[in-house]
Write a protein that binds this ligand. Structure first.
Ligand code: FMN
Length: 363
């Protein structure tokens, strides 16, 4: 099957493959810039930009960590990442991933618009007021992430009524994806919530609102998987874990090694202070957390609203900002390494160009 280009708002993505936003620091300038350069859509993660370039843009630090949400998310860091990615991508479209759950969501969306991002993708909550923050930037395309037809319907209804606009595309994420899920633990293993069973109903819902392109995510690994999703009615795919296996991926080499070493049974769902189960590699940290012997929880960076200033972190036994940033810095003992369920299939590190060729031409 030859893939058709993907249209999101006024932007044409030559190869219908979106590299999913991955925080903290896994998809920044190098990965996102190169994916866009190669004809896919590169997505810059906006979370924890205070950690960019060894915290050069972080402002105030406490115990070597950015203090409060204003420094954990650094606008200057975000700007530097976007500028660098644009240099790599040239005139190709670039997207930013902005989690709905972060403290200061609206400000980050406004910053992304000001800094020239073309497409904004938001998950981790239902972004029912997303268009409110892009006022004055009608060309910025808006893409929510959902896990059901019902969620898409709620978003379309509210956006149409309040803002007279609809999503420019929607990412449908199933429970094989890396990181946070839009499901409960139980739902993650139920047949009706598997991606292959969700695509058709979500495409049908999207058609009711005017053929919003549906982008399937979670467990997509190779060209055959992409074809399967297209045959079900998807217009494109979003892939995260496989892009970690590229030279250009901004993750520390240790992060890539953790995924390369992971076996099938090593990738599991775990509780997270964000309030949804999260998928990642079982490591030393997982065992420490289970015994409530993990690193101290201090809530220095005040990252996500649902954590309630470290209350949820204490419930689940770890701070998500500190553990994800440790993984970004390659700290094997205390890092949290997110991966999709297919992460065990990763067996080589290749260039983004080689990966895009494999995904579009076959292996
Ligand atoms: C290390 C890692 C970090 C991630 N971080 C985010 C994030 O910050 N925001 C988000 O919306 N999705 C995040 N995701 C999900 C990806 O964007 C993508 O949708 C998902 O990984 C697709 O599933 P796959 O890994 O099986 O391809 C993350 C995934 C991974 C593996």
């Amino acid at each position: 099957m030859d893939f058709k280009s993907l249209k999101i708002g006024k932007y044409v993505i030559e190869k219908p493959i979106i590299q999913g936003g991955m925080g903290v620091g896994i998809s920044w300038d190098q990965l996102a810039g190169n994916v866009s350069k190669e004809g896919g859509l590169g997505v810059i993660s906006s979370v924890g930009t205070g950690y960019y370039k060894d915290k050069e843009f972080a402002g105030k630090l406490v115990s070597h960590r950015p203090l409060s949400e204003a420094n954990f998310y650094s606008k200057d860091g975000f700007e530097a990442i976007i500028k660098s990615a644009k240099k790599i991508a040239g005139d190709k479209p670039l997207a930013a991933n902005i989690l709905y759950a972060i403290n200061g969501y609206g400000d980050v969306v406004r910053n992304a618009c000001e800094l020239g991002i073309d497409i904004i993708i938001t998950g981790a909550g239902l972004p029912t007021n997303m268009p409110e923050f892009t006022d004055g930037y009608p060309d910025v395309a808006l893409v929510p992430i959902v896990s059901s037809a019902k969620a898409l319907k709620i978003i379309c209804k509210r956006w149409q009524k309040r803002y007279n606009r609809l999503p420019d595309a929607v990412v449908l994420e199933g429970p094989k994806s890396g990181g946070h899920q839009g499901f409960t633990y139980e739902q993650c293993s139920m047949p009706e919530h598997q991606l292959e069973n969700l695509v058709k109903p979500v495409v049908a819902e999207a058609a009711l609102w005017g053929n919003i392109p549906v982008i399937a995510a979670g467990g997509v690994w190779n060209k055959e998987d992409i074809e399967e999703m297209m045959n079900l009615g998807a217009s494109g795919v979003q892939m995260g874990t496989r892009f970690i296996g590229t030279f250009e991926c901004d993750a520390h080499d240790n992060f890539k090694q953790v995924i390369l070493n992971a076996k099938k049974g090593d990738i599991k769902l775990m509780a997270s202070p964000v309030g949804y189960p999260a998928q990642g590699v079982v490591t030393n940290l997982t065992h420490l957390v289970e015994k409530r012997e993990g690193p101290a929880i201090k809530c220095i960076s005040n990252c996500v609203a649902p954590c309630n200033r470290g209350e949820e972190a204490k419930e689940v036994g770890f701070c998500i900002a500190d553990r994800l940033s440790d993984a970004y810095e390659g700290k094997l003992e205390t890092g949290l390494f997110f991966s999709g369920t297919n992460g065990y299939k990763l067996d080589e590190i290749i260039s983004v160009k080689e990966l895009m060729d494999k995904l579009t031409l076959g292996e």
